[in-house]
Design a protein around this ligand. Structure first.
Ligand SMILES: Nc1nc2c(c(=O)[nH]1)N[C@H]1C(S)=C(S)[C@@H](COP(=O)(O)OP(=O)(O)OC[C@H]3O[C@@H](n4cnc5c(=O)[nH]c(N)nc54)[C@H](O)[C@@H]3O)O[C@H]1N2
Ligand SMILES: Nc1nc2c(c(=O)[nH]1)N[C@H]1C(S)=C(S)[C@@H](COP(=O)(O)OP(=O)(O)OC[C@H]3O[C@@H](n4cnc5c(=O)[nH]c(N)nc54)[C@H](O)[C@@H]3O)O[C@H]1N2
Ligand SMILES: [Mo]
Length: 924
């Protein structure tokens, strides 16, 4: 129910809706009231402490802060009485007294100075307090407390909006100011550098160092223009506004997008300078005739010209196409494969799979989704007929109970995590299930640190309780679900008591968690790689689907299944057909009718058999099958499992074309390297984890001779005789859309106007559907299907020789293989070197020293890195992130695949650790 309150503002009759404050109504009415401690953005509570927004209310003795005051019926408000104006002048005069002069101010263009100018007070009769110290210990953010007005917006930003709980207002001498943790230097505090405080600060006391001079106390950089775009990193899909000067990005701010409501994380806000890295590829390169290929990489910034020579575009493109044609002539499509990119746009993904399918008559086209949520998608397609999320992550706000399993959103989907944390703070129950501890557990009612690789056991026990205690929704099952009887039968033996020793969680806890999930009015499940990257990944997800289907926790606000999608465009690239089994929109390549539609549209006979997947392609190369590849925007020489094997495969290709923005480990094996466009340099659409299709705009020019990815795909297509002509990205989008029902009613023009639209949308003028499957599922008969599962152990369990469990994954500051973030200065400054994390007790027991060099070895390889203590890592486990080329985690990982999703078991293998010296000695 909306409420309305009528009152007068400066003599005009106005209406406040739904609890609007006087300040908000005034803004809507075009009456600007100064404000400093108030931020007009979602998630920010008004505090009314700075007194800059004082207004006069008839009949009231004192002035009132308009940012916290809601009007009452008939109230008469004046913003410009002499009394109000004088009071505000006084506020500003006192504040100005305490600021450095405008000429010596960190940000003379800050909101503070804009408002003081409007109020007419830019100097002061009062004298300043003693100047507090400057804190420049953080690589990204400068703290100049002399400019602080103690408005506490930064504290609200940190605690209430991002829920990071680092900043507090401490008492420093005569005036209160932000402190970090227990008054640590910011750079040593637990600050995660989301930059929300910087964005909130009205004076520039907290500021991006990238805008300041060498002393970090005075603003030096003023952008020339600001462009609306979308973040290039993760699947959250934060909308951004990108500020540019001299053709370089100098600052990124969050915009009010549906997924992020202005919020960003450290990568989105401070990780932009990879785009202008001096290591960007700027010229086409061709392998020298005298440079043999080798699986071992000895790549440095300076030696690449020993291996490659610069070439013209004509020569490089001819050579790239010729090599693919030669293989096609010799072997047909079976000799060729392509890896497309989930970092590129939908249009690029569509064109890439079209080129491979139409040009080379093969379905050997895949991308990193195979290493990611392939098992989730397999289980979801089977169970509910759709691989995408059933509800956006923001649905956390409406949930009563949230499960987060096998995911670390604080690190990997930080902005999504803010919604989960806020919901938990507002009383929703949070259950975090992960063998490794994480920050989110601090906000959780239950933190289940179960034994790795035992998800099916733990979840089956939960299902067992749901069944035996009759917590399921009988009506929902009757109306919507098949397979319940089979589940009951199979699940009988998986009692919590029987599963306790398997998964390590007490039976009583499993019962409580089952009851909480099943009986809460609205429960939602979020999951990630800890669930999917196992040989039983598909089974893990089948269990989660069974939990939702038996309890009817799906299809309503605050409920659903949400696999947190990883890359900025992995949802879109998958939708666009960058998958070996399916054309765009998951339509089977094996179905003759569907194939006929694409054969008609593309004018060629197409391959009737499903293609090989990422890891299968590597195997097939070494088995003498595939001999030529085109890799765009992926770095399999770092991201594929068992690198000794994968790099050997890449090195043994007869012809490899790599299209990237950097000379990656994969490019090292190439015959031809095509310098491509970074996200910030091109137009395109990207689909985030919430199914929101959003436009990314070009913000800066491409470096040197680099070219847009889509133009390069077209150039290759035309060199293999496909005769493509597109007059731009919109035309590609519209062609793609003609094959995709999911994008019905979402025309390019609509996207241009609205910037972001959720699919599916029922009409061109209706917003898309955020919550899906309230009525039925998109399966053949409209019903959901439960598929019961068995307990399957991880493929390689610890033994005497390799007694530890190695798990791999990510860190907040780095992106995957490090190609981008190791070249982003702030991010690399925070996490500069390869580390393996181990429980401090294990470190002590083994007699190691924190910070020493250690070697970690598995049956497939060994790497040497720095030992880090981390209480979150359980005893008996090691954790290594795969972003460091100096010590690639994937030398160690097990390539064994899940039989349905074909995803490798990145999250579990047997390992051992010893001091690096020992390792060296043994080698000698
Ligand atoms: N900073 C950053 N953010 C990223 C990325 C990045 O590289 N860096 N990559 C993006 C991509 S593509 C993806 S897919 C997402 C991935 O995001 P997440 O799914 O959060 O990824 P991970 O950190 O790999 O693994 C998640 C969790 O799985 C747990 N785990 C390990 N073994 C098991 C197990 O047996 N069972 C269960 N249930 N859990 C287990 C780990 O302890 C870890 O906490 O992140 C995206 N966001
Ligand atoms: N051990 C271990 N391995 C894993 C995982 C794990 O958890 N553990 N996780 C897996 C998962 S979930 C994923 S998604 C994969 C990710 O694996 P990859 O996709 O191979 O990893 P990225 O580093 O994201 O590679 C992206 C590449 O694209 C380039 N690039 C960026 N933007 C553009 C662009 O606009 N155009 C072009 N042409 N190139 C561009 C970058 O320079 C980089 O080389 O890794 C998988 N590997
Ligand atoms: Mo991923």
């Amino acid at each position: 129910m909306s409420s309305e309150t009528k009152f007068t503002l400066n003599g005009k009759n106005v209406v406040a809706k739904d609890g609007e404050t006087i300040w908000q109504v005034a803004k809507r009415e075009g009456v600007g009231i100064p404000h400093l401690c108030h931020k007009d953005a979602p998630g920010y509570r008004s505090d009314g402490n700075c007194r800059a927004c004082m207004v006069d209310i008839e009949g009231e003795r004192t002035l009132t802060a308009s940012c916290i005051r809601t009007p009452s019926e008939g109230m008469v408000v004046h913003t410009e009485t002499e009394r109000a104006a004088k009071a505000r002048e006084m506020v500003f005069e006192l504040l100005v007294a305490d600021q450095p002069s405008r000429d010596h101010h960190p940000d003379p263009e800050s909101d503070f100075w804009t408002w003081s100018e409007r109020v007419g007070v830019t100097s002061s009769r009062y004298s300043a307090c003693a100047k507090p110290v400057q804190d420049i210990s953080h690589p990204a953010i400068a703290v100049n407390l002399d400019a602080c007005i103690a408005c506490n917006l930064c504290e609200r930003a940190c605690r209430e909006v991002q829920v990071n709980d680092v900043i507090g207002m401490g008492d420093r001498g005569s005036h209160s100011a932000p402190i970090f943790d227990l008054a640590d230097p910011m750079g040593l505090s637990t600050c995660v550098a989301c930059g929300e405080c910087v964005s909130a600060c009205p004076t520039g006391a907290l500021m991006e160092k990238s805008l300041l001079d060498d002393t970090a106390s005075k603003r030096e950089v003023y952008p020339e223009e600001t462009i609306d775009s979308v973040c290039p990193f993760c699947g959250v899909g934060c909308l951004t506004s990108v500020s540019v000067k001299d053709g370089r990005i100098v600052k990124v701010e969050g915009r009010d997008g549906p997924a992020n409501e202005n919020r960003l994380c450290v990568k989105g806000r401070f990780g932009f300078d990879y785009v202008s890295s001096p290591e960007r590829l700027t010229k086409p390169l061709i392998r020298r005739d005298d440079a043999p290929k080798s699986a071992s990489i000895s790549l440095t910034r300076d030696n690449y010209l020993d291996v490659f020579r610069e070439a013209t575009w004509e020569e490089a493109l001819d050579r790239a196409a010729q090599g693919l044609k030669t293989s096609l002539d010799a072997k047909g499509g079976a000799g060729i494969a392509g890896f497309g990119s989930a970092k590129g746009s939908n249009e690029e993904a569509y064109l890439f799979q079209k080129l491979i399918r139409q040009g080379f008559q093969t379905n050997n086209v895949d991308h990193c989704t195979r290493l990611c949520h392939a098992s989730s998608v397999a289980a979801l397609m089977e169970g509910i007929g759709s691989g995408a999320v059933t509800a956006p992550f923001n649905a956390a706000t409406d949930a009563d109970c949230m499960i987060v399993i096998g995911a670390r959103p604080e690190q990997n989907h930080p902005v999504a995590a803010t919604y989960i944390k806020q919901a938990a703070k507002n009383g929703a129950k949070l259950i975090v299930m992960d063998p490794r501890g994480q920050g989110l557990m601090r906000h959780a009612d239950y933190g289940l640190k179960f034994k790795p690789g035992t998800d099916v056991a733990m979840l089956s026990a939960i299902l067992n309780v749901i069944i035996s205690e009759k917590l399921y929704d009988e009506q929902y099952i009757a109306a919507h679900v098949d397979g319940f009887e089979a589940l009951k039968e199979k699940n009988r033996e998986f009692t919590p008591e029987a599963m306790e020793p398997v998964c390590g969680i007490p039976a009583a806890t499993l019962r409580e968690v089952a009851r909480l999930y099943a009986t809460s009015a609205k429960s939602i499940i979020f999951w990630g790689m800890g669930v999917s990257q196992h040989v039983h990944g598909t089974d893990n997800v089948r269990c989660l689907i069974a939990m939702a289907l038996t309890t009817g926790q799906i299809g309503r606000p605050g409920t659903g299944l949400h696999p947190l999608r990883g890359q900025n465009n992995v949802q879109g690239a998958s939708d666009a057909g960058l998958i070996p089994m399916v054309f765009p929109d998951y339509r089977s390549v094996e179905n003759p009718d569907i194939r006929a539609e694409f054969e008609d549209a593309w004018g060629r006979t197409l391959d009737p058999a499903r293609g090989l997947t990422v890891v299968e392609i590597m195997d097939d190369i070494l088995a003498g099958g595939i001999e030529a590849m085109y890799v765009m925007g992926e770095n399999p020489a770092m991201s594929d499992p068992d690198q000794n094997h994968a790099r050997k495969a890449l090195a043994s290709l007869k012809h490899l074309v790599v299209q990237d923005i950097f000379l990656t480990e994969t490019a090292w094996h190439a015959d031809v390297i095509l310098p491509a466009s970074a996200h910030a340099e091109k137009l395109g659409t990207y689909t985030n984890t919430n199914r929101q299709v959003q436009i990314g705009q070009p913000c800066v020019p491409m470096p040197g001779e680099a070219r847009a990815d889509w133009e390069l795909i077209v150039a290759l297509a035309n060199r293999v005789g496909l005769g493509w002509s597109y007059d731009g990205v919109p035309a590609i989008y519209e062609e793609m859309r003609s094959h995709m029902n999911s994008l019905a009613n979402i025309s390019w023009q609509r996207l241009e106007t609205e910037g972001t639209v959720t699919y599916p949308a029922d009409a061109p003028d209706k917003p898309g559907n955020e919550i899906l499957f309230g009525q039925s599922f998109p399966t053949a008969d409209g019903r959901g299907k439960i598929v019961p599962t068995d307990l399957v152990p991880p493929d390689e369990v610890p033994d005497e020789e390799f007694p530890l469990v190695l798990t791999t994954g990510r860190m907040l500051e780095h992106w995957h293989t490090g190609a981008m973030t190791r070249r982003a200065n702030v991010l690399n400054a925070i996490e500069p070197e390869p580390v393996v994390s181990m429980n401090p007790r294990d470190i002590k027991m083994q007699g190691f020293d924190i910070g020493q060099q250690v070697t970690v070895e598995t049956r497939r390889g060994a790497i040497t890195l720095t030992l880090r203590a981390d209480r979150d890592v359980s005893s008996g486990m090691l954790f290594i992130p795969f972003c460091f080329f100096e010590a690639p985690a994937n030398f160690l990982t097990n390539p064994q695949l899940d039989p349905f999703g074909k995803i490798p078991e990145f999250k579990f293998c047997a390992a051992r650790i010893f001091s690096a010296q020992e390792h060296l000695a043994a080698a000698e």
